[in-house]
Write a protein that binds this ligand. Structure first.
Ligand code: PGA
Length: 250
């Protein structure tokens, strides 16, 4: 059985006090519930604060980004070893905002994935097409290219060692969501590609999350799709009502 995951990507939002309060409320709400698996991705200065609040619950901690080296002169960056030492079990890699705003290319993302799968964290690799690519009918080409390049020479022993998040760039923070059918079509294609890259067993055991304007109002239908194994939630993960609404949609 694939794990169903609801991950909240807080992006560059919340102060220490706000993060502590929200994390505590979510930890109290989730408690020892393990289905769905709830993951919080706060900004790096808030990781320890959030980690402390969720420590006694089943909520897991994820970074929003990681570097491909272990240590050294990389001002502003964090390594997987360091992130693990403050309580992270996961890290996002290749979020579209990192790709577009911070110019992260597939080669760099591939280096990060290769390092992280060999270490203590599990990567949540984000992929997705732009509006222009979708309108030109190039969605599948883009997805195929990203998966092939980002996962080049990546070795994993089971499908649980890696999570994929499909986030169409045109649906992130825009209020536009892919229809459940549109999302399912791409998720099924991603699983087929994962089978070619790894094995059928690995592909079938891998959770593929959908992201892009997921909210309580659309979560039930999206999460009901056979190849959609959870959600990566941005804006709607910043308040208790909307985030728990999504958790309850599973
Ligand atoms: P959104 O962001 O839910 O605000 O669209 C999703 C994401 O970027 O992970």
């Amino acid at each position: 059985m694939r794990k169903t995951i609801i991950a909240g990507n807080w992006k560059m939002n919340l102060t220490a006090v706000e993060a502590k309060n929200l994390a505590r409320s979510i930890a109290d709400y989730v408690g020892k519930r393990s289905d769905p698996l709830v993951i919080l991705c706060p900004p790096s200065p808030l990781l320890s604060i959030v980690g402390n609040e969720i420590a006694a619950s089943n909520v897991e901690l994820s970074a929003q980004n990681v570097h491909s080296d272990d240590l050294g002169a990389f001002t502003g960056e964090s390594s997987d070893t360091m992130l693990h030492s403050v309580g992270c079990a996961y890290t996002l890699i290749g979020h579209s905002e990192r790709r577009a705003i911070f110019n992260e290319d597939d080669d760099f993302i591939n280096k990060k994935v290769k390092r992280v799968v060999a270490g203590p964290l599990k990567p949540i690799l984000c992929i997705g097409e732009t509006l222009e690519e979708r309108e030109q009918g190039k969605t599948n080409d883009r997805i195929k290219q990203q998966l092939r390049d980002d996962l080049k020479n990546v070795r994993i022993s089971s499908g649980e060692d890696l999570i994929i998040a499909y986030e169409p760039v045109w649906a992130i923070g825009t209020g536009k969501t892919a229809t459940p059918d549109q999302a399912e079509e791409v998720h099924a294609y991603i699983r087929q590609l994962l089978e070619e890259i790894f094995t059928e067993n690995t592909a079938n055991a891998m959770s593929i999350l959908y992201g892009g304007s997921v909210k309580p109002e659309n979560a039930v239908e999206i999460l009901a799709q056979p190849n959609i194994d959870g959600a990566l939630v941005g804006g709607a993960s910043l308040t208790m009502d909307s985030f728990t609404g999504i958790i309850n949609s599973v």
